[in-house]
Design a protein around this ligand. Structure first.
Ligand SMILES: [Zn+2]
Length: 414
């Protein structure tokens, strides 16, 4: 099916007249930007609508798709899917009836689904992830109608993902994305796909740093700020972005705690221009994190040294700092804590075992192992379901289990 080519063009006025020019879409942040290929020596005067071009035999077909790049890209993707579906239908000796009464086409289902997501204000990244995955599913399944979906389509989709080299947990994740989409049009994967054929849950035990590793790491930090940042990650279990966006106004000094807001929209000045920064926690719910005493003391001292900044760990121009992940990897390398065996260790001077989410899982693991009850850890971590928190509880065995039991029953006289 790969030989179906649809070109994205833009009808433009040049100093040589109106021309259809090729457009390349480039990812820019959360949206798209375009590059219009203007022939050498001509000047671009005005941009008109986007057009799609494909060939039927040797005949070129054109279709106008409006003036919005994002919409044009969606139409482009849809056109490819339509042509592929037509081709598949032709190969199977049937005719494609896109608007068969009472039958929902997958393309229409996709359009409705994405519109709904936009209306309930899901962020652009999630929507575009859905868009890409559904497009991939439609491409692999080669089906036109929702009622044609069968088990094989799911299996082919997973197979295509695995052939892309994706890890099993990502396959499972993407599979559930597609299930959400199909559920929205009345297809229940549980009734179609046999349990043993669904992507497997492979749930490795969460990784935690050892005490020795943490101490060596903190000692290798190159500044007071870095040290404090990572100590805060360790002792609060915060997610990466949550500390990036932590402001002094999020402190409740009387309660010895910080509030992690579910969502923030900040208008900040970057090089004199106003820019919107948006941040959302995974659950979009706020939570309160009590601070350990020595961390609290250090943060108070840090505030005294930086009495005028807005962000607790901001950049030198007091903007949200997004470079902690780089810093963690560099610091681990400096402390010789890199494993020396992983792909990153071999390819570049980094290590896959050092990142910010492992500080988070270290927090949960240590807290649970040292007797903080699971409900408290759940609340601090901001988990919606306690199952998530329970994953950090590795069962004790042998001597360690016995010691725990001894202490439980120490007061019983026998
Ligand atoms: Zn490594």
């Amino acid at each position: 099916m790969a030989n179906i080519k649809v070109a994205l063009l833009r009808y433009c006025l040049t100093d040589a007249g109106w021309r259809r020019l090729r457009v390349t879409a480039i990812r820019k942040g959360r949206g798209w930007e375009e590059r219009v290929d203007t022939p050498q020596g001509t000047k671009l005067l005005e941009k008109g609508e986007y057009q799609l071009r494909w060939y039927q035999g040797s005949q070129a077909r054109f279709k106008g798709v409006g003036k919005d790049l994002q919409e044009a890209l969606t139409s482009w993707e849809n056109q490819i899917a339509i042509l592929e579906a037509e081709k598949a239908a032709a190969a199977a000796g049937r005719e494609l009836v896109p608007d068969a009464p009472g039958r929902l086409t997958l393309l229409e289902a996709k359009r409705r689904f994405l519109e709904k997501k936009r209306l309930v204000d899901r962020d652009l990244e999630t929507i575009s992830a859905y868009e890409n995955l559904i497009a991939e599913f439609l491409k692999v399944s080669k089906k036109s109608f929702v009622d044609q979906i069968e088990e094989l389509d799911f299996l082919r989709f997973c197979d295509a993902l695995r052939k892309r080299g994706l890890a099993e947990r990502t396959v499972k994740n993407y599979y559930s994305f597609i299930c959400t989409f199909l559920t929205s049009c009345g297809v229940d994967h549980k009734k179609i796909v046999a349990r043993e054929n669904r992507p497997r849950k492979d749930d490795p035990l969460p990784v935690a740093y050892s005490e020795n590793e943490v101490n060596r790491f903190l000692a290798a930090c190159s500044s007071e700020r870095d040290r404090l940042v990572f100590e805060t990650y360790l002792k609060t279990g915060c997610r990466e972005q949550e500390l990036t966006f932590l402001e002094w106004t999020d402190f409740n000094w009387a309660e010895n705690s910080i509030t992690i807001h579910g969502e923030k929209r900040l208008k900040l000045s970057v090089d004199g221009a106003e820019k919107e920064f948006r941040f959302r926690t995974k659950t979009r719910k706020p939570r309160e994190i009590t601070l350990e005493e020595s961390l609290l003391r250090r943060l108070k001292a840090w505030r005294k040294k930086n009495p005028h900044t807005r962000f607790v760990f901001g950049t030198s121009s007091d903007l949200p700092n997004g470079h902690f992940l780089e810093t963690v990897k560099r610091t681990a390398y400096r402390a010789k804590l890199n494993c020396g065996k992983c792909k990153s260790c071999l390819d570049r001077d980094e290590c896959e075992h050092w990142d910010l989410k492992t500080f988070r899982s270290t927090f949960a693991t240590w807290a649970l192992q040292r007797g903080v009850d699971i409900r408290t850890v759940q609340a601090l971590m901001g988990h919606t379901k306690i199952d998530m928190t329970a994953k950090y509880l590795a069962p004790l065995k042998g001597k360690a289990a016995q010691e725990k039991l001894n202490s439980v029953f120490a007061s019983v006289k026998s």
